[in-house]
Design a protein around this ligand. Structure first.
Ligand SMILES: C[S@@+](CC[C@H](N)C(=O)[O-])C[C@H]1O[C@@H](n2cnc3c(N)ncnc32)[C@H](O)[C@@H]1O
Length: 289
């Protein structure tokens, strides 16, 4: 799997533009300095280094967390070598580059204080994290009021409708990696997240049909999604019959949660889900993704 996407490629995965992250940081810096930026799943560090280089004259500290501590990046000093290898700067310019602070662990639990970061982003990584709900809660915890996160969660065809779950492990005919249900009914993620919007958080899915979640934190606070991990339906995508249109098996992990009855009732009350429109016959075919 590719671990060395450029900043332009990471931007494109997130937003189909080449500079959303830089524009967002520029906007944040107009409101407050200094700023802190975190990339989750930085891989070989190319995007993070390019970002740090482009903002080298600004008061910004860059941080990265990745689960794998393996060559060519096993410690912070390795990033200097990678900066030259990726052509981020010339050897005599290295002194101008403030190397990002990196650490290696599972980002499900972020080892940072509350409200520490202005900008958090992640590309082609959240799909591999089993407990995505916990990860999202963590991102919301470490985000500062006024901060923004862009989390690239899945890919096309994740946006399943409110409907009856399929039997057995299939659960949905879509290759969603973050699935919510209530009994045998699928609950769309965007609708559920809206229950938690208010004075503190705002959630928006951008770059549709890709699954990219934009989180804005407006005030101090935490997110508690009140979700129950479902161990029976959560599994590696490899255990499922869903394939890419190229024929390749889908990678990553499908994380499934049960929502509490109270929230199911609230969704009905708000008109976000309509049990009377549940389809009697669930589709049996898995579409090509
Ligand atoms: C496909 S690579 C993408 C790397 C980089 N974002 C890019 O686009 O080039 C996925 C990265 O996510 C990291 N990763 C996977 N699961 C993780 C987890 N639970 N916590 C932190 N990093 C994780 C992997 O080690 C890998 O470097």
């Amino acid at each position: 799997m590719a671990r060395n996407r450029s900043l332009a490629e990471v931007n494109y995965k997130i937003s189909k533009t080449y500079d959303l992250l830089q524009r967002t940081l520029t906007g944040l810096l107009e409101r407050r300095t200094p700023a802190r930026v975190l990339e989750v799943g930085f891989g070989e560090g190319r995007a993070l280094l390019e970002f740090a280089w482009q903002f080298r004259s600004q008061p910004v500290a860059f941080f990265g967390v990745d689960k794998k501590q393996e060559p060519p990046v096993q410690c912070r000093d390795d990033l200097a070598k990678m900066a030259l290898e990726f052509g981020v700067c010339l050897p005599d310019e290295l002194g101008q580059l403030r190397l990002p602070h990196i650490d290696f662990y599972d980002a499900t639990e972020l080892r940072f204080p509350d409200e520490h970061f202005d900008l958090i982003y992640s590309a082609v990584t959240v799909r591999f994290i089993p407990d995505k709900a916990r990860f999202l809660e963590e991102v919301c915890r470490v985000l500062r009021p006024g901060g923004v996160a862009y989390l690239h969660i899945g890919q096309k065809n994740w946006d399943y409708p409110y409907s009856q779950a399929l039997p057995e492990i299939h659960l949905t005919p879509y290759n969603s990696r973050f699935v919510l249900k209530y009994g045998g009914e699928l609950i769309p993620l965007p609708d559920y997240l809206q229950l938690f919007e208010g004075e503190v958080f705002r959630f928006e899915f951008i770059n549709r049909p890709r699954c990219v979640l934009k989180v804005e934190k407006r005030r101090s606070g935490r997110l508690d999604l009140q979700l129950q991990w479902n161990d029976t339906y959560s599994m590696s995508m490899k255990a499922l019959p869903y394939r890419h249109k190229s024929g390749k098996i889908q990678g990553g992990f499908r994380s499934v949660y049960d929502i509490p009855e109270e929230n199911y009732r609230r969704l009905i009350g708000l008109g976000r889900i309509h049990p009377e429109t549940l389809r009697k016959d669930s589709p049996q075919e898995s579409p090509l993704i």
